[in-house]
Design a protein around this ligand. Sequence first.
Ligand code: PDD
Length: 276
Amino acid sequence: MTENIQAVYQGCFKDLNEIKVSPMSRAYLFSDSIYEVIPFQNRKLICPQEHFRRLSHSASELKIIIDIQKVQEEVSHLFNNSSHEDGYIYYQISRGVDDIRSHIYSPDISNETFGYLTPIKFLSKSLKVGICEDIRWGRCDIKTTSLLGNVMQMNNFNNQNCDEIIMHRNNIITEGGASNIFFVIDKTIYTPKLSKNILPGITRDLLIDLIKENKISFEEGDFLIDDLTKASSIWFTSSTKGIADVTEVIDFNINLDPNNELLKKCKDLYNLKISN
Ligand code: PDD
């Protein structure tokens, strides 16, 4: 049992253990739900407005009508009522609870909302990763809880002690199982361009702004798994990982430098930005 995790369900704040949900929730029946993970570090929420904007975008793509003001108030309430230094707030909105299971939802259905705050330590972690096909659906730009493709592929590598995966469609790199990917060849940083095949990561965006502000050579585009053989550094970005570099890619011939200059520079710029 989880002790003392503060949560909110349908607008009521309570302990996570006290929340009961209906099995007729469309989140449960269809994964018909969207979510955000909003991190905080040193008692400061990181890019909350960007997370709310992406949640609104996910909702509008799925035609789920949400009250973003209410979401912001509930997130603030969870945050202001906790004393943890570092952690994140998970917030999920499902389309609602069905009377009877039906793919076609009723126009009268109303949102089901759920959030909780949990402490975590943001440790600078190095990752062992595997490479695999991206088997997900065609709208990975929407942050939905339908994550079975990610779950399947990440768990396929789990018995080899991998922490992340590098996914590709027809050899074109997309992203990690739960993060965006960057890599360095010579003095340039590369990352896959935004498309319906990847999530527009908030950390990705934040880092790209820093890279551009600092006039570091940078390219967004379509890149092949083969391009990674020339990479001297690969890293992932996400709200919970920050910037986490790869130390080993299993079954792949690559020489990664843990002291890569651009990796170090990006980590420094990122840490400075979020501590301000
Ligand atoms: N995952 N790509 C995928 C598939 C993700 O699941 C995530 C984040 C990202 C990075 O996005 P951001 O920088 O906005 O966190 C990219 C979150 C942390 C999760 O599902 O737990």
